[in-house]
Ligand binder design. Sequence first.
Ligand code: PLI
Length: 441
Amino acid sequence: MTQREDETEQREEHLLHPPRRSWAEPWKIKVVEPIKVTTREYRAKAIRDAGYNTFLLRSEDVYIDLLTDSGTSAMSDWQWAGMMQGDEAYAGSRNFYHLEDAVREYFGYKHLVPTHQGRGAEHILSQIMIEPGQHVPNNMYFTTTRFHQEYAGGIFHDVIIDEAHDPAAEHPFKGDVDLSKLETLIKEVGADNIAYVSVAATVNMAGGQPISMASIKAVRELTGEHGIHLFLDATRVVENAYFIQQREEGYADVPVEEIVRKFCSYTDGCTMSGKKDALVNIGGWLAVNDEEIFDKARNMVVVFEGLHTYGGMAGRDMEAMARGIVESVQDDYIRARVGQVEYLGDLLHQWGVPTVVPIGGHAVFLDAKQFYPHMPHDHLPAQTLAAELYIDSGVRSMERGIVSAGRDPETGDHRYPALELVRLTIPRRVYTQAHMGATAG
Ligand code: PLI
């Protein structure tokens, strides 16, 4: 090769894989949506009218909406173009097959059952897999996941590592399963009485904390020895894979796309809310490898969601999700996504604001107990902080503490979770760095 050819090749390589110094977004803005700026008096009245519950505010009264990253993503021009190619046939829509291909290629599961969103998939899986009185170990809980497990008669167990319950614990994988807790449970109740093990990546209620590849592998080995199924909540598995790439030995040079596939390969199937990592405003699925479970799920989805080739989604929504999956696993995209969340976390740390550490994948979680050290838990510190934040700044956040934890079905009393948090959740591809600055300030 001549020097000139060599230089040309190097230049081309540079264009394909430019050295990146910042997490700056690999996209630009084409359409904008105006937002309303309000006065403090206006917001004080709005939140009073909403019963001090940020869920009951009108979105028009919100300046920066960090309630959730669920269904709030901005879609790309490629996704919108796909919406125009929606095949709205009742059965056998081509968009279903595109979605099926994407789930097979990027997650590696054999069979797909589409649902209207994540909880639809949780309902079907719980109904199929859980006999009343059986036990379901989880790495902490998500509200709808736990509800569906209990609604099907399951007994919930938290087998996450202790560090997950401590907002100040600097553990790189606070979503890890404590194997000894899981082993003890299996010994106590017997493998036959465990419906399945349910593992979420990342763990929302722990602060968006990831689970390591080593942990999911170890859980697979243990459950495999006992013939227990292992199901994944894959809602934010791409963000989880990014943390594995950044923090776990041996993955620094592995593309996120490959990490996702490997992670999923340790599980028997997943429930998915497409409204998060998959970059759409609505949609979800259940994916499984086992033929028998697939058969049952395909029969059940017809009754609760819709025919097995649409499951409650329009053809165009399935197309947008199939394309969103492809975009979501690109290294540059996910780096910018998590980079923005970390940027907000760093700004808050500079101001000395107490947050859960490390900063999670989809949100910054404020430690409400430290804002109001004298407030009793049942006076709802996180709910109070969320209301005050809104009045002060127009930023809407979400309580993730005693209110979200729900009431004990037997006693009717609060569940008193160890974590009392306010979540500042960042929608994907929606807000700018200046919005993050305004939020922190
Ligand atoms: O909102 P759905 O039904 O599409 O998905 C339910 C769901 C399941 N698992 C996890 C980890 C979630 O975070 C989740 C929904 N999360 C919401 C709505 C959130 O604001 O975090």
